[in-house]
Design a protein around this ligand. Structure first.
Ligand code: F0G
Length: 459
């Protein structure tokens, strides 16, 4: 008999979680004003709000925490992280930051000026926020196929090169300080970008003299998909693939809270010493001195180990298999989601489940509340609450897709938890015709409203 698959690690520490009754959850959700961000974590049984900073570190990472050097300047932890970044990404210069958006803040402070244009493949919210906050624009050049949730293609997160070239052609070079390529493409469903597309994006950028910045939050998962899906890469190691990806990049920003498998951390790295010098001042102002940025010595050591370990195939295979298990179970139960299963999350297609719910009643949010009430599972709305209001007209923006993201933390939940998640989705799917009412907003902040929005059920 062929032996079944098992994870390449065993578990040394556990953390208790508790189930609750439906009555308790109804009360807690009402107290949270129907905003899942407002729930206390002990009111949640399985927390799929994000895979960011929520992973389990390895024993070697914890050991790294003990060898952390907390010297203000020149800490050995900094040099261990620097050596790792050079070896894994081939990037000679870097500045540590406390997380991904901080890296964006530092580099965009050095690069952007009012009126600039920064094209990309579905910029993440904070990236777009940092661009628009500087009165610049962030045209989206993602391939159209990404918007069709039922279409099954291997690299659904790619840059549309024709759209990108159109942006390049319609602005002078000086107005485009960089192009942002996000791997994997979180907003499009954790969907990867092929090496071919990375290379061609870089070539196009080079032809127009525009630097390429890779937003690298889930770079290792993207490399896994290149290895397993793209011709010519099956026999290459993840580390070899990562080295090739970054040959094409001039700059990288990273939220290390994802594929670095640390609870906090990030950095910006670059090939140009001149750019590092320029960015350094902002790093010092916003984050901290250049050899720690926003991180403690121990955090830099844990990250150095995490980057090394999580660029090994076995680790990524275990993770992506688990996300795929959730996708396979949903297939079995007929629950629609963004296909194929992504690297870090499943994005449930809420519009397909609740086709008769008016969009004004927040379809994905309604589904998110239902999933919490059903089983104490917390996902996150990627729909019209997140899309916010138009800054000029103040009308609600209703995006084409209403998705409920179920992000799977790394090495945290077992396959049994995954089965509970799938069963809960199935139960809701089976009683979907009974869900006829959604929510209305009673309070919202002027920007980034999704974090603090308050709602009430439509009577
Ligand atoms: N870029 C991408 C692609 C991201 O997914 C995130 C964060 C960031 C940048 C910003 O990094 O949070 O460390 O400041 N994504 C998290 C998520 C929050 O839940 O997807 P950060």
């Amino acid at each position: 008999m062929k032996l079944p698959y098992a994870e390449p690690y065993k578990i040394k520490t556990t953390e208790a979680i508790r189930t609750s009754t439906r009555e308790e959850r109804e009360q807690w959700l009402a107290e949270a004003r129907y905003n899942l961000f407002n729930l206390r974590s002990d009111q949640v049984f399985i927390d799929l709000l994000t895979d960011s900073g929520t992973g389990s570190m390895s024993d070697r990472q914890w050991a790294g925490m003990m060898t952390g050097d907390e010297s203000y300047a020149g800490a050995s932890s900094y040099y261990r992280l620097k050596e790792t970044i050079e070896r894994i990404f081939g990037m000679p210069y870097f500045l540590p930051t406390h997380q991904g958006r901080a890296a964006e803040n530092v580099i965009f402070s050095a690069l952007l000026k009012e009126g600039d244009v920064v094209p990309g493949n579905s910029h993440f919210d904070t990236t777009k926020g940092h661009i628009e906050f500087r009165h610049c624009s962030a045209p989206d050049c993602t391939i159209d196929a990404a918007a069709d949730t039922q279409l099954e293609i291997p690299f659904k997160g790619e840059m549309d090169l024709e759209k990108l070239e159109r942006v390049f052609k319609s602005h002078p070079k000086e107005k485009i300080p960089c192009t942002v390529l996000t791997i994997t493409n979180n907003t499009a469903g954790g969907q990867p970008v092929s090496m071919k597309n990375i290379r061609e994006t870089a070539e196009l950028c080079r032809r127009y003299g525009i630097p390429l910045l890779i937003d690298s939050a889930r770079f290792a998962e993207n490399a896994y998909f290149i290895k397993t899906r793209e011709a010519g890469y099956a026999d290459k190691t993840i580390k070899e693939i990562v080295r090739e990806i970054y040959q094409y990049a001039d700059i990288m920003t990273i939220s290390a809270k994802k594929d670095g498998v640390v609870n906090m951390g990030g950095f910006v790295a670059m090939r140009s010493e001149e750019l590092r010098r320029k960015a350094m001042t902002f790093g010092i102002m916003y984050e901290g001195y250049v050899t720690y940025g926003g991180m403690s010595g121990r955090d830099m050591d844990a990250l150095a180990v995490g980057l090394d370990e999580n660029t090994e195939f076995e680790q990524l295979d275990a993770r992506i298999r688990q996300v795929k298990l959730l996708g396979d179970l949903l297939d079995e139960y007929g629950v629609p989601y963004q296909r194929p299963a992504g690297g870090h999350a499943i994005f449930i297609d809420a519009k397909k489940i609740l086709p008769n719910l008016p969009k004004e009643q927040f379809i994905a949010q309604t589904l998110g509340c239902e999933l919490y009430l059903e089983a104490g599972i917390r996902g996150v709305e990627i729909g019209s609450i997140l899309a916010d209001r138009d800054p000029d007209t103040h009308e609600n923006r209703y995006p084409r897709l209403e998705l409920l993201r179920l992000a799977i933390p790394r090495r945290v939940y077992t396959d049994n938890h995954i089965r509970v998640i799938a069963a809960a989705c199935r139960n809701i799917y089976e009683r979907r015709d009974e869900i006829t009412k959604g929510y209305r907003i009673t309070f919202e902040a002027p920007i980034l409203r999704h974090f603090t929005v308050e709602l009430e059920p439509v009577k």
